[in-house]
Design a binder for this molecule. Structure first.
Ligand SMILES: NC(=O)c1ccc[n+]([C@@H]2O[C@H](COP(=O)([O-])OP(=O)(O)OC[C@H]3O[C@@H](n4cnc5c(N)ncnc54)[C@H](O)[C@@H]3O)[C@@H](O)[C@H]2O)c1
Length: 330
């Protein structure tokens, strides 16, 4: 493939998964991140046919972005750098969250425009829908009124809307993908994500041979990261885009308990249970309310997207990934 994709946040969870999928089909990835490419990723990627060009920099720095775009003839951008802030960070560092998640997104788009790229894709989040009334139908891009709760979701919605508007006035082909709650290979603590998935903690427990003790496992659209990568690449590749905003999920509402059940089926001896009242849990679902699934029909119609990993397939694939790689980091 002759695509050259600049991915910001390439050394994070979603960024590494998309990088791996693009390298697997022979693409070139400029991996732009403030962090270095993790050693286990470098080792895995070396076996793939594509080429990775790592560039360490900050999206808030114009000169760093210039270096990123100069590293290879970039044709499209996936902007995935972000701070996924929990309440403690919201209290102490709101300005940095806004500077990275909103102003940083606009800076990356400006740099992309200066380089005449063909497509700009932005991973947004189910967090833009926020808390909806109990029993709400599946979230749809135009039918569900966004009601983000936390600063993360607020900045994701603001960035999504600002990027779409500025793409329109600048004639840039743009798509935002509202991702469900992602889990699977490459998830790790980047120091900038305060809410790791309960599935990650369950995998840590399974790999370590520990019992998984869950807090209240609320339901929502949990999507395996390899399906996220396929969906985002579908948006990068699509010859034309029908809309600016697409849901990208599994299309079903599941819980961490459902995942543990699937994990137990493929990992003999794995034990899990929901914590008794007052007992400390080691598998934390951060969203305190249940959400319906994402309606993924728009993306399916536009790109042919269909999730490949149900919970059973995801559990088996994730275990295989961690069984063969460096120990899973908590
Ligand atoms: N993980 C999920 O469940 C989830 C759900 C919905 C949407 N998303 C979206 O997916 C995208 C990627 O999220 P993730 O889960 O991979 O997060 P992550 O924390 O794993 O990765 C983010 C990466 O961005 C980098 N980064 C942060 N600030 C930077 C800066 N100023 N300059 C350069 N690099 C910077 C970090 O070093 C990190 O490698 C984001 O847009 C996020 O909102 C993720």
């Amino acid at each position: 493939m002759s695509d050259v994709t600049l991915i910001t946040g390439a050394c994070g969870f979603v960024g590494l998964a998309v990088t791996e999928a693009l390298l697997a089909r022979g693409g070139t990835v400029v991996a732009f991140d403030r962090a270095a490419v993790p050693a286990d990723a470098t080792a895995r990627f070396a076996a793939l046919p594509g080429r990775i060009v790592p560039v360490q920099g900050d999206i808030r720095s114009e000169s760093d972005l210039i270096s990123g775009f100069a590293a290879a003839p970039v044709t499209r951008v996936l902007h995935a750098a972000v701070i996924t802030a929990g309440p403690a960070r919201e209290k102490t560092d709101a300005e940095t969250i806004v500077a990275v998640n909103l102003q940083g997104a606009l800076a990356v788009q400006r740099a992309a425009l200066a380089h005449g790229i063909a497509r700009f894709v932005y991973p947004s989040s189910v967090a833009v829908y926020g808390q909806q009334p109990e029993g709400a139908p599946p979230f749809t891009e135009d039918g569900t009124w966004p009601r983000p709760v936390m600063l993360y979701g607020i900045t994701k919605l603001a960035a999504e809307q600002a990027l779409a508007r500025l793409a329109l006035v600048n004639g840039l082909s743009f798509a935002a993908a509202r991702l469900g709650s992602v889990f699977g290979p490459w998830e790790r603590d980047t120091g900038l994500r305060d809410t790791l998935s309960p599935h990650h903690a369950a995998l840590v427990a399974a790999v370590a041979g520990r019992e998984a003790v869950l807090n209240t496992p609320t339901r929502g659209d949990h999507i395996y990261v390899r399906d996220v990568a396929a969906g985002l690449i579908g948006l990068l590749d699509a010859p034309a885009l029908s809309h600016a905003v697409f849901n990208l999920g599994s299309g079903v509402a599941t819980s961490a308990a459902d995942f543990c059940e699937a994990l137990a089926a493929v990992k003999p001896g794995f034990r899990w249970r929901v914590a008794a009242q007052g007992e400390a849990a080691n598998v934390i679902t951060h969203v305190p309310f249940s959400r319906p699934a994402l309606d993924i029909s728009r993306l399916a119609g536009a790109t042919g997207y269909a999730p490949r990993f149900d919970l059973a397939a995801a559990a088996a694939d994730a275990l295989a990934f961690y069984g063969l790689s460096a120990p899973l980091r908590a």
